[in-house]
Design a protein around this ligand. Structure first.
Ligand code: ZN
Length: 285
């Protein structure tokens, strides 16, 4: 397993904000201790032209203007470059996966809420959408984005919906932020679940979504890996247990598809253990 990580990504924070540096700092320490065979790589800055696969020039300019994007999404000094490192990490995971090495981006900010021209929901650049379009540009025929973050990846859907060679598949809490993803349409398959859905039902729905991933027979699987469907997450109302993330990892291991995963949400202090369980499943099958 190759982990993409850049120390820049812990260099911003807002008091009381759940998307905090400790998420990745503690996870990095946990992985170094428990998975000593993992290889760590530093991502490059994604080029502006690559960002434009998914975002408008206007959006890129806006990220440099020192003004909050919404109540959840503050402006931070250097956020443009920090987010570009996270996009670079996503691109790095794609290159690794295509070269036969599964990879994970342990970076912040997350990305799946960012649309073509709006930063929102803690997200500034949509790393996974850019990565999917980048893979297509590199000649990858079919790509699936599987999003098991508990929030709907509205930005990813908005960016990818005109791209039939890419399938976007999401399981998420509804009602819940951002309030989208109620219906499936075209290449976007949505599985909304009510708050408090019993864990057996939640896992069954995830499994149905996983069957859809396999059905599409992708040449590359990109995973929006959010760990906020966990029952101990402070900002959501769902029910997954730690061991369920190992099951998700096992499904990936059993599929034999080049796979890259990107950290999205997950705000519990148990996040390092949740990611650790995901890896246990993924590397041991
Ligand atoms: Zn989330």
């Amino acid at each position: 397993m190759i982990i993409f990580y850049h120390p820049d990504c812990v260099e911003y924070k807002a008091v009381g904000h759940p998307e905090r540096p400790e998420r990745v700092l503690h996870t990095a320490a946990y992985l170094e201790e428990n998975f000593p065979s993992f290889e760590w790589k530093r991502p490059k800055l994604a080029k502006e032209n690559t960002l434009k696969l998914a975002h408008t020039q206007k959006h890129i300019q806006r990220l440099l203007e020192p003004e909050a994007f919404d109540g959840d999404t503050p402006y931070y000094e250097s956020i443009y470059d920090i987010a570009r490192h996270a996009t670079g990490a996503a691109l790095g995971t794609v290159e690794s996966a295509l070269a036969g090495h599964p990879a994970f981006s342990l970076m912040r900010p997350p990305g799946h809420h960012a649309t073509q021209e709006q930063a929102m929901g803690f997200c500034y650049l949509n790393h996974i959408a850019i990565a999917a379009l980048y893979a297509r540009q590199q000649g990858v025929e079919k790509v699936v984005v599987w999003d098991f973050d508990v929030h709907h990846g509205n930005g990813t859907e908005a960016i990818l919906k005109e791209h039939p060679a890419i399938q976007f598949i999401s399981v998420h809490q509804y009602p819940g932020y951002p309030g989208t993803g109620v219906q499936s349409e075209g290449n976007c398959r949505n599985y909304p679940l009510p708050p408090g859905t019993e864990v057996g039902q939640y896992m069954e729905t995830l499994e149905v979504s996983w069957e859809e991933v396999l059905h599409f027979e992708p040449d590359l699987l990109l995973v929006s890996a959010g760990f906020d469907g966990y029952r101990g997450d402070p900002i959501t109302q769902m029910t997954l247990r730690q061991e369920d993330f190992a099951t998700l990892g096992q499904w990936i291991a059993s599929a034999d598809i080049p796979t890259a995963a990107i950290l999205e949400g997950g705000y519990s202090s148990d996040l390092p253990n949740l990611i650790g369980s995901f890896f246990e499943g993924w590397i041991h099958g």
